[in-house]
Ligand binder design. Sequence first.
Ligand SMILES: [Zn+2]
Length: 456
Amino acid sequence: MKITSRVLVIFLCLGIAAQAADQLIVLKAARLFDGKSNALVQNAVVIVQGDKIVDAANNLPIPSGAQVIDLGDATLCPGFMDAHTHLTADFSGNYNEHRLQELDLNVSEHAIRATAFARATVEAGFTTVRDLGSRFVASREFVDVALRNSINKGVIVGPRMLVATKGIGATGGHFDPTSGFRDFLFGREPDYTDGIANGPDEIRKAVRFEVKNGADVIKAAVSGGVLSLADEVDTPQLTSAEMAALVDESHRLRKKVAVHCHGDQAAREAIEAGVDSIEHGSFMKPETLTIMKKKGTFLTPTLLASDWIMKKIDNYPPALQLKAKEATAARSEMFRNAVKMGIKISFGTDAAVYPHGQNAKEFKLMVDLGMTPIDALKSAMANDADLLGIGQKVGTLEKGKFADIIAMPGDPTSDITATERVSFVMKEGKIIRRGTGTLQGTGESATPADVGAPVD
Ligand SMILES: [Zn+2]
């Protein structure tokens, strides 16, 4: 008898859970952008059931029994995506202080801090990120993999993550974590387990090692960088043979390749080798952009990173200041050219260079340099989904896609900074943010809408 009633209780609980999952939620707002079209539509209705979109269009009839959430004078759109973040790091303040902090804090503390960065990112409307590199000098931890898995399991709140583990690069290059420190301070030269590899065979070994440990995407540095102490910003750092091995091995394992690259020569060689995206691309000349267009390579411009560094230039050592000025001066012209030439542009910001959660400031920088607001929006939706290879699941508001839906006040095509004031965030059908408060639960726990409240 006792057992029977227990079984009955279990069945009742399962029944309630099933009902909650089947609950229809209707989101209404003044406007809708589907993530891929060339215009917004008025009188938006999006119907959500469980974790999926049932339908999204204007003036749809409201199904009976649905929970209706009316967001008023707002624009509904797919959750933003950021194709270039570093959620396990923060080097937005004083450069030397952060360099010391990276050595002071144990890796567990870095990981705990990363959970707050993940939350800030999704609350700003970024429901998917491609996290392009996570390493701690002299550590073998894969904090980005742990963060991704904990989000997927519902242990913590954050965006869907595609992670790169340790960026792959040459000895003494942009990704060498011991560059700038006294020789052998950390007891050994970094090797493929740190992402440092020389020669095609070692590059293949590094790719295999990273995929073995959970990498969704492969990141490599093919030219120097701004925030590294021992290299020049535009010098090539991998040979063509190394790049060919990098791309071949990654693509065999069905992983895309994103390369950090400022220099023109390195970009040209990387594009010829078949990489999927050029990150930064500051010094790329029109001839290189032409090859890029022919090959269909994406540009992830990360304008916000250089914008932030230039605004806080005194926070950086003199050698880095010089590199930042050169790269920033070049990247504005490069970006204008890329827009004019119709290069595929993905939305990526290099979050960690600036404080996490401010990702949407990239939109205005793109528009200021000649991109239309609608194209800037698309870059963070359909374009990023395409680059990340997840266009079947996310990136647009369409039947059958995951219910990753956000709302911002007003019309972002008349004021692109509306993207910085996201006040409603749903990820896979669960409401994470509504108004200024934050939520962790499902639609049932939602409180009345407060659209229009600023994020920061
Ligand atoms: Zn980066």
